[in-house]
Ligand binder design. Structure first.
Ligand code: NAP
Length: 285
């Protein structure tokens, strides 16, 4: 029986990246739908849960993606609300690679040093990757702040993560590189989660920071998020700090994403969101 992955995307066009990884993770066929909301998914979910016998339902799974974390969370919840005993399929949430990217970055940082009790700042953390990275740092016992160019967006991201995970994350308004340098003045750990091709700090703004121990930068599109680093950095020492570049931890992100897809087909009750994906990342790091 063919393994079918239904890619439910909150954006107009389903993510090509997620389609490719769906195949590489072991799906025989990936079927993408765009523009999905909690209001228009009922017939699609019904098509996944009513079509195969109980022993065969494990061969159908749903992947929720898109560029908006809150829209993805709402869609993921709405999909699962359609399930009832005996009629469900495995599901995964990874809006913009949020969970897999954040989990890979935080898991790699954890291999380089202690996160518990450390001060961590997620720069430009209002996007999907930044929000989930902030959550995972908090779950590891770090004191986490998150910056955005506008306080309202930063505060909204923190509130969203508090509602979903019960974690306390402090919002910081930081518009310029200088503002972000001030935001990390007493930080031990920095994750840069800004949009592709946006430099958030110059090398001069972090290299002499006496508190800083570790940096991970998710942005692999030049210019990188953190000046003076290399996207290939794999936990190497620069200016006395451990650096993880976007490709340096990106290999784990891709392996993790593929592993999650593969496990969706183990049975019809898998739920892959931040908690389970982060647990798997730590085992694979
Ligand atoms: P995103 O939503 O595109 O952007 C994150 C935040 O960047 C935005 O919420 C925005 O925050 C801020 N931003 C945008 N333009 C800016 C500017 N000119 N100056 C300062 N801040 C700016 O990002 P994402 O989808 O969460 O992804 C985060 C990063 O991870 C991206 O660079 C992406 O390419 C990368 N990524 C890496 C991997 C990997 O394996 N390494 C995998 C997936 C994604 P405010 O508007 O609130 O300031």
């Amino acid at each position: 029986m063919k393994k079918l992955l239904f890619q439910f995307d909150t954006d107009t066009h389903p993510s090509v990246f997620d389609t490719v990884v769906g195949y590489d993770g072991g799906a025989d066929h990936v079927i993408g739908y765009g523009g999905l909301t909690p209001d228009n998914i009922t017939p699609l979910v019904e098509g996944t849960i009513f079509t195969r016998a109980p022993k065969d339902k494990k061969n159908t799974a749903i992947f929720v993606g898109g560029s908006n974390m809150q829209a993805g969370q709402a869609l993921f919840t709405a999909v699962q609300k359609q399930f009832f005993p005996g009629f469900q399929v495995s599901v995964m949430l990874d809006s913009n690679g949020s969970n897999t990217t954040a989990a890979a970055a935080v898991a790699k940082l954890a291999t380089s040093g202690t996160l518990q009790g450390k001060k961590a700042v997620v720069l430009a953390g209002t996007g999907p990757v930044g929000q989930r990275a902030a959550v995972m740092l908090a779950l590891e016992g770090a004191q986490v702040s998150l910056t955005g160019r506008q306080m309202a967006r930063a505060a909204e991201a923190c509130a969203n993560m508090h509602t979903r995970f019960g974690v306390e994350i402090t919002p910081i308004e930081a518009f310029s590189n200088a503002d972000r340098a001030a935001a990390i003045a007493d930080a031990n750990i920095v994750i840069a989660a800004g949009a592709a091709g946006v430099e958030l700090l110059t090398v001069e703004q972090w290299c002499d920071n006496p508190h800083l121990e570790m940096i991970a930068d998710a942005n692999a599109t030049p210019p990188l998020g953190i000046g003076g680093t290399d996207m290939m950095d794999k936990g190497i020492d620069r200016h006395g700090k451990i650096i993880w570049g976007a490709i340096g931890f990106g290999a784990l992100k891709l392996a993790l994403h593929r592993a999650c897809i593969a496990q969706l087909f183990d049975d019809n009750k898998q739920v892959f969101d931040a908690e389970k994906i982060f647990t798997l990342a730590k085992a694979m790091a």
